[in-house]
Write a protein that binds this ligand. Structure first.
Ligand SMILES: N[C@@H](CCC(=O)N[C@@H](CS)C(=O)NCC(=O)O)C(=O)O
Length: 217
């Protein structure tokens, strides 16, 4: 039996659920998924009990409850240090935390204008100027990491940063965002991960279009 449960919502729309789920997978912690349907009032009442913030993801493990993606990542790094969610080298670790923090607290224009929608495909999408500024900043972050540490992941080996930026990768693909070859190769690296394939296949099987969540970030 799994000693951990991860509460998440729609796999097609929920960017934070994807981050928390990838972090838990990368850490190698076996877990059961509890999927909350965002438009079901009974489920939402249950969510309040499971996640004090009323937000997902929320991880429960051996009686400990941890919510908010960064806190989940830090917790997983503490209990599974061998997974290197945060790099061992202090300078790299600090860099990793900084770019994860930047994702967690920023890029609002990108997040609101290009919502995650794994089943969506919008080839002629017009990117708003402020969203483009976010995209440009993300491309600088990625290029800096990939050239400094040699790839194929942002910190060289897979880390918390790749989980944090994975929903950005899916947005870039959904909305056909123009990228240079370094960033495009990174996107391909992320979507080819077995964990991403598993998540995307499950998202495609989700039956309903959740209009409410089309505006989530
Ligand atoms: N800062 C939070 C953000 C979490 C968040 O906004 N989650 C969204 C789903 S992606 C949510 O739970 N929204 C409320 C709802 O769907 O009812 C984190 O890092 O985990």
């Amino acid at each position: 039996m799994n000693s951990a449960t991860l509460t998440i919502s729609s796999k097609n729309y929920s960017s934070w659920s994807l981050r928390g789920w990838l972090l838990t997978k990368f850490a190698g912690l076996p877990f059961a998924e509890k999927i909350i349907s965002p438009d079901d009032p009974a489920m939402r009442a249950e969510l309040l009990l499971l996640s004090p913030s009323f937000l997902v993801p929320c991880l429960t493990h051996e009686g400990i409850k941890v919510w908010d993606t960064l806190a989940i990542g830090e917790y997983l790094n503490e209990i599974k240090p061998e997974a290197h969610l945060l790099p061992e080298d202090r300078m790299k670790r600090t860099h990793c935390r900084s770019i994860c923090g930047e994702m967690h607290s920023g890029f609002f224009a990108l997040r609101s204008a290009l919502p995650v929608n794994l089943k969506g495909d919008f080839p002629n999408f017009k990117v708003w100027e402020r969203a483009q500024a976010d995209i440009d900043r993300i491309a600088v972050i990625w290029r800096n990491c990939l050239t400094s540490y040699g790839g194929p992941f942002l910190m060289g080996e897979r880390s918390m940063a790749d989980a944090m930026y994975a929903p950005v990768v899916t947005r870039f693909l959904t909305y056909h965002v123009t990228l240079d070859s370094v960033c495009s190769a990174y996107c391909q690296q992320i979507i080819a991960m077995p964990e991403m394939i598993e998540w995307t296949e499950a998202a495609r099987l989700e039956p309903e279009e959740i209009v409410e969540l089309d505006a989530e970030f």
